[in-house]
Design a protein around this ligand. Sequence first.
Ligand code: CAO
Length: 415
Amino acid sequence: MSKALDGVRILDFTHVQSGPTCTQLLAWFGADVIKVERAGEGDATRGQLRDIPDVDSLYFTMLNHNKRSVTLDTKKPKGKEVLEKLIKTCDVLVENFAPGALDRMGFTWERIQELNPRMIVASVKGFGPGPYEDCKVYENVAQCAGGSASTTGFDDGPPMVTGAQIGDSGTGLHLALGIIAALYQRNSTGRGQKVLAAMQDSVLNLCRVKLRDQQRLEQTGVMKEYPQYPDQHFGDAVPRAGNASGGGQPGSILKCKGWETDPNAYIYFITQGAVWPAVCKVIGEESWITDEAYATPAARLLHLKPIFARIEQWTMTKDKFEAMDILNKYDIPCGPILSMKEIAEEPALRATGTIVEVDHPTRGKYLTVGNPIKLSDSSTDVTRSPLLGEHTEEVMAQLGYSKDQIAALREEHVI
Ligand code: CAO
């Protein structure tokens, strides 16, 4: 089967998490991704959070599947020559260096355009133009600056970061979409362009509903689906809403049987308006179907706390999967709180390729998350991440270097 991005060559100058997530996705769609790393050390994540001594970490392997690895010192003149050749033969350069690093290396946008006017230069930066544009940024900084931390957690606790890597992997996703759009536009213009995904902007994009709520708060002074309503005071900024639903259908995380010993014996329960009568029947409160205090979504907003407390009395009599089975029969939207252990063992996720087992020459078998985006005409085969410099000779030969020239460059520590 052909792949969606067959024939697209990516010069992958990314490291750590945000950039590599982007280029891994492009590789899964069929692009030839050539990862450029410094000889001897490579991407810092190869050595971070290691579980096996001297073996590429899971941090690295899980972000760099389906790529080729080339070692190259791009600060040495001969390394720059190799990089120039790569720029001339690739379609996209993806980088997430600290601001200005590519320019300091001598590869400004203008220089890259001189070498290859069709080249798309795609960058992740912490911030877009403005007061913080020169700052180095990691995941949690982006979560904090993008509005996620101030709106996550409980009202009586501090701001919280989430486990989902919305700053890094979330920005990588945004960048990948920008690259695909630029490749598409290049079909008609014949020109490359710059693509920028700032981590603050990407997090904010994912927190869009909270900017919605900020404006609703300013308009009305109150948000009736928030846990602060009706008893507590609202300030002038969107407060943290605990586990309340971010949409128009009230929801909450409720204990299930076994919660005393199992930290994940919980279910997310949504009291969708359309299935309110079914909710009442399931929990044995049929009088609530017609009771004025509960009969309409607007009336229920005044009583969400006692309503969820009563539903929880019911969920605590079932384990989360029993509760799911019963609630799904009535089309009541709900979801079990799944631990990573449960997810790793879930056969349905294995069957769809969302969880994949990969074999690695020095690490052995490990699990990874496969391509979450499924294309019917471009299937994804997840192959292991490259060892450091595994494809240096192969790529150098493709660029026209002879065996002797390659050996000489190795001698001089250029590759
Ligand atoms: N050959 C020679 N030099 C190389 C090279 C190569 N193949 N690859 C990288 N370098 C050099 C860079 O040119 C840079 O040199 P200068 O500082 O002299 O210009 C140097 O290595 C370090 O690059 P860096 O500043 O990007 O790396 P860092 O570890 O200090 O910072 C990070 C890491 C992530 C904070 C920074 O890259 C950054 O802010 N990136 C943008 C935001 C981002 O992507 N953050 C998410 C990271 S994932 O959590």
